[in-house]
Design a protein around this ligand. Structure first.
Ligand code: XLS
Ligand code: NI
Ligand code: NI
Length: 433
């Protein structure tokens, strides 16, 4: 153990009545809900970038965090890894996620980047062995360095496409070496600022081809994990190509990848797209592409991806309700793509942010499970569509307009509307959250 979190104990579960700030009130990892432990349901993961790589800057000011591992050497990268694994252990977080650029110093070229990454991957492998912490997913940062300012796969310069493809390969290799359960692609700068300089059609083809190569490489190497795309509508580019779940599905269809790639859905991105989190989750489930979630919360006024730790149980409960309806996570999990506010500069803040997030998710999941097990919503939903289970309803789907016209005349069809019962259903939900 390093001494970064030296006065902070391993966080115990003490139950809802505890006033101990450094204890869980709702997250008891061993508690069984719907036949599975909370640990297995939630599959918590910490994001390396926010907690260990982000310096606390904003457009008006630079670094606010002073961390002993900040700096561009392999030695410091290892100090950072030591502190990261300390945090995972103190919190009992079973998984983590990282980008290449979060964990290794930036090299002079591709070869040095790869050497640095490989060295840190070996270091991670030892730490994972010692602690039992696992990798939920790996990914490549193809958006921070200036070479990616006009995109990675969608860059007008084929050399950037090549650099990006090569980097993705090394990051998939790193993920596989560490037994990662998924590989994520978030199209950081895959979009555009102005149509005046953009060949939108060509850029989409490039993005599709890159994704096909990723899927080919998965099959070639026998990687068992899932390939996940993370949709986001804007930020950093004005128009991101992977706008939302529906857009990603259309894109996957176009490139013949709908059976190969799933989505990693982030709460804050759903909000930016003008959707609710649960809408995105439900749609992904119905399209058969639900994979994993990036859990955070957005400020509803800011218009930015504020990546705050979740703290709204009713909101989170509706999201986990859709996850439960999808049958729960398979390879996916709950990754906290969440960061501290830039004034929260103490080591304690990092731990407390995660405690709050984990407790909020645990309370939300338990509420969702109770609601689900009560069937209170599902009974009403089934009743609302029951007409479709009658002979008449079934027949309609296999008829044509002419047949339906004569049926409508013959049966004197004259429908009366029914209440949608929204308030009644909201009251039911409120009994559980
Ligand atoms: C940014 C994204 C990013 C991805 C991983 O908004 O959420 O953090 O999760 O590249
Ligand atoms: Ni994310
Ligand atoms: Ni995000």
């Amino acid at each position: 153990m390093t001494d970064f979190f030296k006065d902070i104990p391993t966080i115990p579960f003490e139950g809802p009545d505890s006033a101990n700030e450094f204890a869980f009130r709702h997250y008891n990892p061993e508690e069984i809900v719907m036949g599975k432990s909370l640990k297995e349901h939630l599959r918590f993961s910490a994001a390396y970038w926010h907690s260990f790589a982000w310096p606390g800057g904003d457009p008006f000011g630079a670094q606010t965090f002073e961390r002993p591992w900040f700096g561009d050497t392999m030695e410091l990268a290892k100090v950072k890894a030591d502190v990261a694994f300390d945090m995972f252990q103190k919190l009992g977080i079973p998984f983590f996620c990282f980008h290449d650029a979060d964990v290794r110093p930036e090299g002079r070229d591709f070869a040095e980047n790869t050497r640095n990454l490989e060295e840190i991957v070996d270091y991670f492998a030892e730490k994972m062995d010692e602690t039992g912490v696992k990798l939920l997913w790996g990914t490549a940062n193809l958006f921070s360095h200036r070479r990616f300012m006009a995109g990675a796969a969608t860059n007008p310069d084929p050399e950037v496409f090549a650099f990006s493809a090569a980097t993705i390969k090394t990051c998939m290799d790193a993920t596989m070496k560490l037994g990662g359960e998924n590989y994520v692609l978030w199209g950081g700068r895959e979009g555009y600022e102005t149509l005046l300089n953009t060949d939108l059609g060509r850029e989409r083809q490039q993005a599709g081809r890159m994704l096909q190569m990723v899927v080919d490489y998965k099959h070639k190497t026998g990687f068992k994990g899932a390939i996940l795309i993370e949709p986001k509508p804007q930020e950093p580019t004005k128009h991101q190509y992977d706008y939302d779940v529906a857009t990603v599905y259309g894109f996957l269809k176009e490139f013949g990848l709908e059976g190969e790639v799933q989505v990693n859905i982030e709460q804050g991105h759903a909000i930016l797209a003008g959707h609710s989190f649960e809408h995105e989750l439900a749609l992904a489930r119905e399209l058969g592409i639900f994979g994993s979630i990036d859990m955070n919360r957005n400020d509803y006024q800011s218009g930015w991806d504020t990546d705050q730790f979740p703290n709204n149980v009713p909101e989170v409960a509706l999201a986990y309700y859709e996850v439960l309806r999808a049958g729960g996570f398979k390879t996916g999990g709950t990754n906290f793509d969440a960061k501290l506010r830039r004034q929260s500069i103490d080591p304690e803040d990092l731990i407390l942010g995660h405690i709050g997030g984990m407790d909020t998710c645990a309370a939300g999941l338990k509420a969702a499970a109770a609601l689900y097990e009560s069937s209170a919503l599902e009974k009403q939903r089934t009743a609302r569509y029951s007409g479709w289970e009658t002979e008449f309803g079934k027949k309609l789907m296999n008829s044509d307009l002419t047949e339906i016209e004569s049926l409508t005349r013959k049966n004197l069809i004259n429908p009366e509307p029914n209440s949608g019962r929204q308030e009644r259903l909201e009251n039911i939900v409120n009994r559980f959250v």
